[in-house]
Design a protein around this ligand. Sequence first.
Ligand code: MG
Length: 368
Amino acid sequence: MIKKIALLGSTGSIGTQTLQVIKDNKNLYKVQSLVAFSNVKILQQQAKEFDADYFATITNNGIECLERAVDGADVVVVATRGMVALRAVLKAISQNKTVALANKETLVCGGEIVRQYLKKYGGKIYTVDREHSAIWQCLEGNKHNQIKRLVLTASGGAFRDFSYEQLKQAKAQDALKHPTWDMGSKITIDSATMMNKGLEVIEASYLFDIPQEQIDVVVHPQSIVHSMVEFVDGSILAQMSNPDMKLPIQYALSYPDRIKSSVSQLDLIGKKLEFYAVDENKFRCISLCRKAFSKGGLYPAVLNAANDVCVQEYLNGKIGFFDVADIVEKIVDNYLIEDELSVDGLFAVDKKVKEYTTKFIYGELNIV
Ligand code: MG
């Protein structure tokens, strides 16, 4: 049976690669709907080429178009940024659909709410994050109570080999020349500060129902081992491939089957695979994520909102590399949540924390 796909965020990097996978497997998948943020021209080309039944941009049609796009689809691929698709994800779950999730914020910020929905309605979330896809693949056929720990690998980002002194001076522009992955500027900076990996710890905890204490991070510059799982007997399973996002995308679409792909064959001969511990003095963001996650409730959303603002101000040259972690920590420690744990509460907190963080950066707010 052909699976009908709703693709939210169709003109970005994951979106276009998803369409490539669909194009390569027309006997398996059909585009039902496409939503882009603002790129009408490319969206129209895509809609024509893939004969989509429905297409819309968020800037012209509002975020309701994301929920509308879910109708009639079997699988909803979420490749949008931020929390914009949260309501669409919840709608898909409540209709017992499969969500192929390439977006972190949905789980990092809305993880508790998503979990309640999954419990109540029984939809499924299949991850399209490469590390989490690796863990998912390693867990296949194994028992949950026999997992000892999950090991997320990190490329280490653009500043991996920088000294403390170099990091003090490091400009956002230097990070934008990222070694392995071509990504948007926000995620490239998150990768350089390793905030991305901290968010992935929270994401992994929700996806696999494993406490964060059992989730470790190692730096692996080659990005060939995408992540690992250690079991109680001491065995470690790893998933490897050449770095190519089409693989996690198509695994989420084809699961439980594996299908042929255009990903180039991995040749391990002569390759060196290295693993290092994270230098926590230089890269504090992972432990900040753990702290916010321990505080629970909407605190991961507070961290995420503060980080959004800090990354923007780092890109603007207003703050330095170490300020990102310092400011995010101050906000997580000091911001008092007044909103309830609900979808509306989550969006309210996001907005308020962004204002709070901006005021703090521009000296309009004193936090000791
Ligand atoms: Mg990732």
